[in-house]
Design a protein around this ligand. Structure first.
Ligand code: PLP
Ligand code: COI
Length: 343
C-alpha cells in the first residue's frame, strides 16, 4: 500500500526547510567511513573546534525527487550529483563519499520520507540536500581527521517568489569566485561569499546578482545559485564557459535537450557582458531555480530589457522548460540514464 501523504498545502510551499521524518548520517573516523544509518535526529552535536566551525570545511549538493504523472517517484541524474560531490571533496581535502554509496543513501532517504514527496501536479518537489562537514577539532589551519556526511530532504516550492514570472537581476560589484579558486565546486564557502551581495541586492530591489569574471569584469559568470542560459536573436542557445562557475547539471542537461531533442544550435562559450543587450531571452537554471526567466538586468542604473518582457518566459526558454520538466515528471521519454526510479 502507498504511504499516506502528509497534510501539507503543497501548492503554496516556498523554497524553505521543513524537517522530515528521517535523514541519513555517516561518520568518517580513523581513515574510513562507517556504514551510515537513517536517523530521526535532526540536530548535530560536535566539537566547538570542529573544522567546519573554524575554517568552513564543508561542501554540499542539491537534487530533487519528483512524483511522475503515473505515480512513480524518480530522481533526476543523481549520479552527476554524486560525481560532483566527489570533486568538491577532493578540492577541499575532504574524504570522498563514493558516488555509488551516495546514490544508495539518497534513495534510502527519499524512500523513508515518501509521505513528504509532493504529489504530481502540485507544483512542489522534494529537495534533497546531501552535505559533508569537518566534525573533528582543528586549530592549526589544516584538514580535519573526522567528517560527517548527512542527507536530508524537504518539500519545496519555487526558488523565486512568483514561480515562472520573469525576475530582475543586477550586475554585481562583488566577486563570487576567483580563477583557480573554488567556484567550480559546491563549497559552502562560495555561498558565504555571496551572502552580503544578495542581502544588498534584495535591499536595492533585485532578485539576484549577475557575477562577472573577477579578473577583467567583462565576462558573464553566473548568479549566486544558478547558471545562465541565453537565447540569441537568431535562436541559438548559449551558456557561459568558465572554470570558476559551478558545472550545473541542469545546464548540461538543457544544452543536450536544446541540441538533441529540440534541434536547436547550442553552444558553451565565453560570453562578453557587452553581448547581453543583443540577446533575445535570458534564464537562470539550476535544481532550485529550474529555469527562472530573467526579464531585466540592471547594470549600475542602465537597464537591459529582454524582448520577452516581464510577464512570461520567452518562447525558446519556455520550450526548454517544458521539455526538461516533462522529462522530470515522466511526461516525456528521458534520454538514457537520466531518470532514476525509487523502488
Ligand atoms: N550555480 C550555483 C552557484 C549553484 O548553487 C547551483 C545549484 O546547484 C547551480 C549553479 C545549478 O546547478 P545544478 O543545475 O546542478 O543544480
Ligand atoms: C540548488 O539549486 O540545488 C542549489 O544548491 C542552489 C541553492 C542556491 C539553493
Amino acid at each position: 500500500m502507498k504511504m499516506e501523504k502528509k497534510n501539507i498545502d503543497w501548492a503554496n510551499l516556498s523554497f524553505g526547510y521543513m524537517p522530515t521524518d528521517l535523514r541519513f548520517v555517516a561518520n568518517y573516523k580513523d581513515g574510513k567511513w562507517d556504514e551510515g544509518t537513517l536517523t530521526g535526529e535532526a540536530t548535530v552535536q560536535m566539537s566547538e573546534c570542529a573544522g567546519v566551525l573554524q575554517y568552513s570545511q564543508s561542501c554540499f549538493e542539491g537534487l530533487k525527487a519528483y512524483t511522475t504523472e503515473d505515480g512513480r517517484i524518480v530522481m533526476f541524474r543523481p549520479d552527476l550529483n554524486g560525481e560532483r560531490m566527489e570533486n568538491s571533496c577532493k578540492r577541499l581535502e575532504m574524504p570522498v563519499f563514493p558516488k555509488e554509496k551516495f546514490i544508495k543513501a539518497v534513495e534510502a532517504v527519499v524512500k523513508a520520507n515518501e509521505a513528504w514527496v509532493p504529489p504530481y501536479g502540485s507544483g512542489a518537489t522534494l529537495y534533497i540536500r546531501p552535505f559533508m562537514f569537518a566534525s573533528g577539532p582543528v586549530i592549526g589551519v589544516k584538514p580535519s581527521d573526522e567528517y560527517q556526511m548527512r542527507i536530508f530532504c524537504t518539500p519545496v516550492g519555487p526558488y523565486f517568489k512568483g514561480g515562472a514570472k520573469p525576475i530582475t537581476i543586477r550586475v554585481c560589484d562583488f566577486d563570487r569566485a576567483a580563477p583557480n579558486g573554488t567556484g567550480h565546486i559546491k563549497a559552502g564557502l562560495n555561498y558565504a561569499m555571496s551572502l552580503h551581495a544578495i542581502v544588498d541586492a534584495h535591499k536595492a530591489g533585485f532578485d539576484e546578482n549577475m557575477y562577472l569574471d573577477a579578473v577583467t569584469r567583462t565576462k558573464v559568470e553566473e548568479t549566486g545559485g544558478a547558471n545562465f542560459i541565453f537565447v540569441t536573436k537568431d535562436g541559438k542557445v548559449v551558456t557561459p564557459k568558465s572554470n570558476s562557475i559551478l558545472p550545473s547539471i541542469t545546464r548540461r542537461s538543457l544544452m543536450y535537450v536544446a541540441k538533441e531533442v529540440l534541434g536547436l544550435e547550442a553552444e558553451e562559450r565565453e560570453i562578453d557582458f557587452e553581448e547581453v543587450k543583443d540577446f533575445a531571452e535570458c534564464g537562470l537554471c539550476g535544481t532550485a531555480a529550474v529555469i527562472s526567466p530573467v526579464g531585466k538586468i540592471n547594470d549600475h542604473g542602465k537597464e537591459i530589457c529582454f524582448p520577452s518582457g516581464m510577464e512570461k518566459m520567452g518562447p525558446v526558454i519556455q520550450k526548454l522548460y517544458d521539455t526538461l520538466t516533462g522529462i522530470q515528471m515522466g511526461r516525456i521519454t528521458p534520454p538514457e540514464g537520466w531518470i532514476y526510479e525509487i523502488k
